[in-house]
Design a binder for this molecule. Structure first.
Ligand SMILES: Nc1ncnc2c1ncn2[C@@H]1O[C@H](COP(=O)(O)OP(=O)(O)OP(=O)(O)O)[C@@H](O)[C@H]1O
Ligand SMILES: [Mg+2]
Length: 334
């Protein structure tokens, strides 16, 4: 089984079956008993909408486990769903993607949570490596490949060659920060308080990183709470202002890409110029992000066929070809 335990979404791949689960990494708990009421999509719908006795949690922050108990509960729940309640009998081999920049403590937290949830052999794989494999890059060849994985919590930039990471950089600025920027912008400029879900919808519907040729890039009606009157209100917003609002986190992502390119050994840099840069992760779906990165670096950018699934597909390929790809997983196993 392969797992992409993401800040925003958790995906599970089962050997021979493919992707069997894709759910938001959100848990709704009963505030008193701490029992899980619901997990995944249904819990995400509750974000910002809970009555006093229900609490919604996102157990991961910045790509790592922020709330251990809830994370364990969530993993257990998803694994049970995958195995339809027979988890104790199966105790599978699990390959889990983790951000390249995590500390030893954070690694152990992931392994521990998976083990507690019933996994027998836990292997860790660096997310950029998994993303590159999942995006179809020839990671085993002696060629430089650059992958940028922009998730909810982390952006990972890596140059890979011969099944290994040559250099990488992980910054804790990604899709969540883009959403946060929109929340702050709506408050500051439109005096409107909007929730995380609404801000994410704005980003997905009319957000962009680079202007298009279209004169009219679109607008959107946004509902929220007006700060001055304290009453609900609808405000109309336009695409360019939302792009402006995301400038700061976007430039931090660009800086990370440039820093990585500057540190790339010349032969590999030449390969990257030839082959282009691959974008993965949900953040890669932001309109115009490929154009922005291409513009800033002078290198062609490709968006992976299914950016949200790259990491889990990579863990799946490692499972299916364990002998050939064993070198890419961490030798530390339980
Ligand atoms: N169409 C879209 N346009 C812009 N952003 C999007 C789009 N679809 C999803 N996203 C963003 O992608 C992010 C989630 O991506 P993904 O599922 O790859 O993250 P993750 O793997 O859970 O996080 P991480 O790897 O940081 O732990 C969210 O911030 C979400 O808002
Ligand atoms: Mg991810």
């Amino acid at each position: 089984m392969g797992i992409d335990l993401g800040t925003a979404n958790t995906l599970v791949y089962v050997s021979g079956k493919g992707i069997v689960l894709q759910e938001p990494s959100v848990v709704a708990l009963d505030r008193e008993t701490k029992a899980a009421l619901t997990v995944g999509e249904d819990a995400k719908k509750m974000l910002g909408r809970t009555p006093g006795n229900v609490e919604t949690f996102r157990p991961l922050r910045d790509g790592v486990i922020a709330d251990f108990d809830t994370a364990e509960l969530m993993i257990k729940h998803f694994l049970e769903r995958v195995h339809e309640g027979r988890i104790g009998l199966i105790a599978p081999r699990i390959v889990i993607g983790i951000p390249s920049g995590v500390t030893g403590v954070e690694r152990r937290a992931v392994m521990e949570a998976a083990a507690q949830a019933g996994a027998r052999d836990v292997y860790l794989i660096e997310e950029p490596v998994a993303a590159a494999i999942g995006a179809g890059l020839p990671v085993a060849e002696p060629t430089g490949n650059m992958i940028i994985d922009i998730g909810g919590g982390t952006t990972e930039v890596a140059v890979l060659s011969l099944q290994g990471t040559v250099i990488s950089e992980s910054v804790r600025i990604a899709g969540d920060e883009l959403t946060d920027s929109i929340i702050m912008y709506m408050k500051k400029v439109h005096n409107l308080t909007v929730g995380e879900r609404t801000a994410e919808e704005i980003k997905i519907q009319i957000g962009s990183a680079y202007p298009t040729m279209n004169i009219d890039e679109g607008s959107m009606e946004v509902r929220g709470l007006h700060l001055l009157s304290g009453l609900p209100r609808t405000v109309s917003i336009k695409a360019p202002e939302i792009r402006e609002s995301m400038l700061e986190p976007l430039s931090m992502i660009i800086e990370a890409v440039k820093r990585t390119l500057e540190r790339t050994p010349p032969e590999l840099a030449a390969d990257i110029i030839d082959r282009g840069i691959m974008l993965a992760g949900g953040g890669a779906l932001l309109k115009g992000l490929d154009t922005l990165i291409a513009h800033e670096t002078g290198i062609v950018c490709h968006v992976a066929a299914d950016p949200l699934s790259c990491v889990v597909l990579g863990t799946g390929q490692v499972l299916e070809n364990f002998k050939q790809l064993e070198r890419v997983v961490s030798p530390r196993r339980r």
